[in-house]
Write a protein that binds this ligand. Structure first.
Ligand code: ADP
Ligand code: MG
Length: 350
């Protein structure tokens, strides 16, 4: 008997939710998005959308009733909400993973405990903590929770800047020693319910003002780092008992040390190029894994480069014409905001 396909609930209605819904459609999997944003860009790509705050019991129950399995496009959904949902329907990846990864401190602790190197860091809860940890300067002070695209981060070059920093320490921070970066890479893996997995080659990433600007394959790295990054990514996915697509961001320092920067328990911006370079994209693999569909051997067809289109830049892109090796993705966001990811452009190398 052929298994019927589940109805997939996706929490979050941004561009990642939209690209997940597009991949699901290709696989004939019905999607229902839950979003707190009435203008959610994913609306145009999914089968149904429920607009609600993430902690509103009645609408969440409606959502749960309509779906067979639940996943999410961003990791900052309150743990209590995911846990509540998981009592009634499977949530993949499982909520306990989010609890670890949502917090930069517990995330790094977890990594160090499984023998993986991260940046040097210290927990900071007051101005005096900051001043007493001069050996972590120059560094970056980051909120432990809820930061993305460089939000909630302060670059501190020296003690003077640290003492001039005027923030209320009403939440926890970590101070990370600044790494002299040679390169940044990311590795995307999809792990299935039967522990099988597919892993993409490392992607090289360039950031501008802590926001991803460009992603490239192949990454310009040696074989040793290529393999080590894939091995570590696999180990992390296994230790987390992860199901779905996950991304690990790495720093490579001047001495060629490989350090994990952070784990994204979801599809990742650097993996957008997989839509055009591989037989199965990171989005389609995520749907296949969480819906328990067949795993397909991964094949790369092209090398490529992807650039993020931020804020006003989208206007010129909307009017441009593109050649056959260029793929422009417009997230169809109604409002243009500074630093907002509005779309991306992937150029494949023919
Ligand atoms: P976000 O959660 O916003 O993605 P990250 O911690 O990944 O935040 O930081 C964003 C970017 O800022 C990194 O990709 C890197 O370019 C730079 N950065 C962050 N931490 C450090 C560090 N300790 N040393 C050097 N660069 C850093
Ligand atoms: Mg990051």
């Amino acid at each position: 008997m052929v298994k019927s396909k589940p109805v997939l609930g996706i929490i979050g209605g941004g561009q990642l939710g939209g690209m997940l819904a597009t991949a699901a459609k290709k696989l004939k999997v019905k999607t229902i998005v839950l979003s707190d944003d009435p203008k959610a860009p994913a609306k145009k790509f999914c089968d149904e959308i429920i607009i609600s705050e993430y902690d509103k019991r009645k609408t969440i129950e409606d959502f749960i009733r309509k779906v067979d399995v639940v996943t999410f496009e961003f990791e900052n959904i309150p743990f209590k909400v995911l846990e509540y949902i998981s009592r009634l329907k499977p949530v993949l990846p499982k909520p306990s993973i989010n609890q670890i990864v949502q917090n930069r401190f517990t995330e790094k602790k977890f990594l160090n405990n499984i023998g993986i190197r991260t940046t040097n860091y210290v927990l900071i809860s007051s101005q005096s903590d900051l001043l007493n940890n001069e050996n972590f300067l120059p560094g970056l002070l980051k909120t432990c929770t809820l930061g993305y695209d460089g939000k909630g981060q302060f670059v501190l070059r020296n003690k003077e800047e640290a003492s001039e920093l005027k923030i209320e320490f009403n939440k926890e921070y970590i101070l990370e020693k600044k790494v002299n970066l040679k390169k940044e890479i990311s590795v995307i893996i999809t792990r299935f319910l039967n522990n099988d997995f597919v892993i993409y080659e490392p992607i090289e990433n360039l950031h501008v003002n802590q926001i991803l600007n460009k992603s490239i394959i192949p990454a310009n790295i040696n074989k040793e780092i290529f393999e080590k990054a894939q091995q570590q990514t696999k180990l992390i996915a296994e230790k987390l008992d992860y199901v779905g697509t996950m991304c690990v961001e790495y720093f490579i320092d001047e001495k060629n040390n490989l350090l994990v920067n952070e784990i994204a328990p979801r599809v990742h911006n650097s993996g957008h190029l997989t839509i055009n370079t591989h037989n199965v994209s990171q989005f389609e693999n995520h749907i296949r894994a969480v819906c328990d569909l067949e795993k397909v051997e991964l094949k790369k067809f092209f090398n490529a480069e992807m650039i993020n289109i931020i804020g006003e830049e989208i206007k010129t892109h909307r009017e441009k014409s593109y050649s056959k090796n260029e793929f422009f993705f417009d997230y169809l966001k109604l409002e243009i905001k500074e630093k907002r990811k509005m779309g991306h452009l992937t150029t494949i190398k023919l």
